[in-house]
Design a protein around this ligand. Structure first.
Ligand code: SF4
Length: 189
């Protein structure tokens, strides 16, 4: 196989990682990064991480786990607890995780990073991509601004996660997304 540039992939959950990894693997040497202190409670974080680990093992890529430190995430979104999904709290949440990913990519001397977040039909890709570009500027690494929901990306993630029998969470991730009824929620993170 041709030599490929290294890319750090922010993974928000196992189902989303499947089709995104499949899309990136021909062009990049991908390493996953599970950085999601927004996920609540910790048992749910652990469950989603262990599912991401299963995907990494089955699809054969290394995965870095960031330790669960939700305190600074809660500080960041203070005052935005009651914002609707898709609003200011979510924009800060995207930026928080993508800044951490860009910083990690720089620390690991990986020239590229991106995120699985755009594959979800419940998330506005433009907001995720704007956060990625801002993080890239701040940390001096290149953000691959692909919208993974294009070309039936979400459909493919459903196929692969069904095949791998992955856990599909019922809410986006944070404490404030649990209280919403499913039809009001952005859905899985
Ligand atoms: S709803 Fe999802 S994207 Fe928005 S703040 Fe909560 S975890 Fe983050």
């Amino acid at each position: 196989m041709k030599s490929r540039p290294k890319l750090l992939l922010h993974i928000c959950c196992a189902p989303d990682a499947t089709a995104v990894f499949e899309r990136l693997a021909p062009d990049f040497e991908v390493r996953g990064f599970f950085h999601n202190p927004n996920i609540y409670p910790e048992a749910e974080f652990k469950r989603r991480y262990s599912e991401a680990e299963r995907v990494a093992i089955q699809m054969k890529f290394p995965l870095e786990e960031a330790s669960y430190r939700p305190e600074s995430w809660f500080r960041l979104i203070q005052g935005m607890e009651h914002e609707p999904e898709g609003g200011g709290r979510c924009a800060e949440c995207f930026l928080y995780n993508l800044r951490a990913t860009a910083a990690k990519a720089r620390e690991m001397e990986m020239p590229f990073f991106t995120t699985t977040l755009t594959i979800s039909p419940h998330k506005v890709s433009a907001k995720v991509l704007a956060a990625g570009k801002a993080a890239a500027r701040e940390f001096g690494v290149e953000f691959i601004d692909m919208d993974f929901k294009k070309q039936d990306g979400f459909k493919r993630s459903l196929e692969l996660s069904k095949k791998m029998r992955l856990y599909r969470q019922k809410y986006c991730g944070c404490k404030f997304s649990i209280r919403l009824k499913p039809e009001q929620s952005q859905g899985p993170n």
